[in-house]
Design a protein around this ligand. Sequence first.
Ligand code: ZN
Length: 240
Amino acid sequence: MIEAKSGNGRFVHKLWHVLIQRVPDSFNIFMPLHRVLDITLPINNKLPVWPGDLGILVEPSARIVDGAPANLSRIEMGSHTGTHIDAPFHFVLNGRTVDKIPLALLMGKARVIEVPDGKQAIDSTIVESIDPGLERVLFKTQNSKRYSSKFIQDFVALTPNGASALVEKGAKLVGIDYLSIETYGSKEHETHHILLRSGVVIIEGLSLKNIEPGDYELIALPLKIEGGDGAPARVVLRSL
Ligand SMILES: [Zn+2]
């Protein structure tokens, strides 16, 4: 947005930013320029987990009400819990691990594309309609309305030909609103292989129910787990 302005427009826009940053929050009478939308699932023991995966445990280990000096918790969960990022190492023997994914890939302009209800798969015909050169694509499907503590098997997923079409279009990141981007029960995990071998970052478990389709700035930062095959991430969109 800043880049789109020129001359005086750009100067005024920057000045506006500086002014807002200098005003303490409690005195800030200006409307925020960019709305921040959280598209992360809350981590709790009601989140669905992949069949066979570890459950989620967030348990108090010390509590002030019990006389402890501070509140502390113990957290146990799989590396692909809730809203998370798949590193190439998830499916590729010597693939890049989650701590090595360039942060620049995880931040920047992204488009939320709505897949009509009733569509069970995102295939190349849907991907064909996407502008070439779009680097980050998030698919909003009926999955977002179907989150509950019970894992569902018939979630909307990206087909291998859809994945290939995305790679050909030049996508660098793709996100989806259920725990896997791949159709449940896939034996070869072809969608993951096509994306991860091409260096496309995958975000799974997005919560897009209240998000309008369109362009945003995406910020998706996974926990820096050294050597990790994936990691939970806090993912937000900022309006442009
Ligand atoms: Zn995955």
